[in-house]
Design a protein around this ligand. Structure first.
Ligand code: NAI
Length: 501
């Protein structure tokens, strides 16, 4: 893709819709040097969009990022136009109007009568099929998705969505143009939710189920996900920020469009919150309100006298973090961890809850971990959890006790994210590398699902999914062929799941 050329800066770009996204996209194109024609059926919206843009850009002048002259030049390059006919000299039109298939199809077929023969018709749709939008026009090979994220001038990711009829040249030009505009493009085929809105679903779906099953409460799930996973925000905090109604609408859309794939099923708890008008920050109340208790943390336990950690390299990072706390640590052939005679097993790994005194949830980054979840195994002594808590607390890691389900909290969420990502890659939605990039940049995840699979290994992921499947009987936890093959062959998941896009 890198050899392909984007639009020359001299070509004119049309933007349809001057709402949240259209205004942002117009700014991005103008900042890259294009003249932009901005059309909205509501002229007042265009005026307001340009006023707001000037105000925002002036703030960047105050911060020394731009000069007044640059702001004036940028805004002068955006010309508000009163009719679609005014887009007749554009080389690319990006549509960001109301999210309705019939309206988008109608506007695109009007547009192709107006613009020059080779003009690229891009849609910023977040949930409609690019293939379906293109089906309404005479030259569907010119239609492509350019899915920006909000706010478009700030968010680096653009999903270049390739419909069934999109020509490789158009996809390549859209990709190169997004790159020339300073964005990080990824390519994906037109499938429900594209990359980010599809692969991110289990982040919310598993968390809602963990809450519903009583595994942990809202604040504890969020604290484990951020403290052990390094995610910037926990799932419930993020839903409050995005809006529970928006999150539910995306979940429903992906679920409907995948013909009710159980992995994408929304949850009744989401619907109940939306029905109650608890939409998150914008309504003043969502998952969190003033009365919600903070995360559950265990009381300080005794500092252990003898700790043995398995000598395999995979536990080096944990040994380094715990060793720095001054507790004497031996590297031996214990199954995983032994704390004053208490056996600890990982939630992703040896034997599950039955074989150990204490089960320890996944930690993605031991060096920076602030919290870890533990569960009590079937044969634990009364003081087992306190002993283990003492060890982690000595290393300044808070410990939350959760109920003993396969994968506890973080390992279960991460396993399901990896599972959904690997199926997306295997189905030819996008390459593993583009999926990782999209999840890092589109959702701010600390890593991508395939990077996690590389680090954790694919066998533990399979174990959590298989145990969840057996435990719940739900098809939601089916393990994909690429995960099974990678585990059986000892290959990397990214190599097993890769398809040519
Ligand atoms: P918005 O409601 O802020 O803006 C839409 C604008 O389109 C309105 O100003 C409306 O007057 C105008 N409009 C409606 N019909 C039109 C027509 N036939 N011709 C010209 N203008 C027309 O909506 P927003 O949020 O900017 O979304 C626009 C598109 O971008 C949708 O397809 C949405 O799914 C997608 N999107 C939205 C994101 C978001 O976070 N808001 C993120 C990524 C994509």
């Amino acid at each position: 893709m890198s050899g392909l050329k984007g639009l020359p800066a001299s070509s004119v770009v049309g933007v349809l819709g001057a709402g949240t996204m259209g205004a942002g996209i117009a700014q991005v194109a103008a900042a890259a040097g294009h003249r932009v024609r901005l059309f909205d059926t509501d002229g007042v919206v265009v005026e307001r969009a340009l006023d707001d843009m000037r105000e925002r850009l002036e703030r960047s002048v105050a911060k020394g990022r731009r000069t007044h002259a640059e702001v004036n030049e940028l805004i002068e390059r955006i010309e508000p136009v009163p009719s679609l006919e005014d887009l007749r000299d554009t080389a690319l039109v990006v549509e960001a109007i109301v999210e309705r298939l019939d309206v988008k199809q109608r506007v695109f077929s009007q547009l192709e009568e107006i613009v020059p023969a080779g003009t690229i018709l891009a849609t910023n749709t977040s949930s409609l099929s690019v293939t379906a939008i293109a089906a309404g026009v005479q030259r569907p090979e010119l239609v492509v998705g350019l899915h920006f994220f909000n706010p478009a001038p700030v968010m680096p990711l653009v999903e270049v969505v390739i419909g069934a009829a999109t020509s490789p040249e158009v996809a390549g030009a859209a990709y190169a143009t997004a790159a020339a505009w300073g964005k990080t493009p990824v390519r994906c085929t037109s499938t429900p939710g594209f990359i980010v809105n599809r692969v991110a679903r289990p982040f919310y779906g598993e968390s809602l189920r963990l809450l519903d099953e009583g595994v942990a409460d809202i604040a504890t799930i969020d604290a484990v996900v951020t403290g052990a996973g390094g995610f910037r925000m926990g799932p419930f905090t993020l839903m409050d920020l995005v809006g529970l109604d928006v999150n539910l609408a995306v979940s429903k859309s992906v679920y409907e469009q995948t013909f009710h794939d159980p992995r994408f099923a929304p949850h009744v708890r989401q619907q109940a919150k939306v029905d109650a008008g608890h939409l998150g920050r914008k309504s003043g109340r969502g998952w969190y309100d003033a009365d919600l208790p903070g995360p559950a943390s265990l009381e300080t336990g005794p500092v252990p006298e003898r700790v043995a950690i398995n000598g395999d390299a995979e536990w080096d990072a944990m040994a380094a973090r715990l060793g720095a706390s001054g507790v004497p640590i031996a590297r031996t052939d214990v199954p995983f961890l032994d704390v004053d005679g208490t056996s600890v097993h990982p939630a992703m790994g040896i034997g599950g809850t039955d074989a150990a005194d204490v089960v320890l949830d996944l930690v993605l980054d031991w060096q920076h971990a602030k919290r870890v979840a533990v569960a009590v195994g079937a044969r634990a002594a009364d003081d087992a959890v306190a002993k283990v808590a003492g060890l982690f607390q000595a290393a300044e890691i808070d410990v939350s006790r959760v109920a003993g389900v396969p994968g506890l909290v973080l390992a279960r969420i991460v396993a399901q994210l990896i599972s959904v990502a690997s199926d997306a890659a295997a189905a030819g939605v996008a390459t593993p590398e583009d999926i990782d990039t999209a999840m890092r940049l589109g959702t701010n995840y600390p890593g991508g699902p395939f990077e996690w699979a590389d680090a954790i290994g694919v066998a533990p992921v399979m174990m959590v999914l298989d145990e969840m499947r057996a435990f719940t009987g739900e098809e939601r936890y089916r393990t994909s062929g690429s995960i099974r093959r990678a585990a059986a062959n000892g290959t990397k998941l990214r190599d097993q799941a890769r398809r040519k896009i």
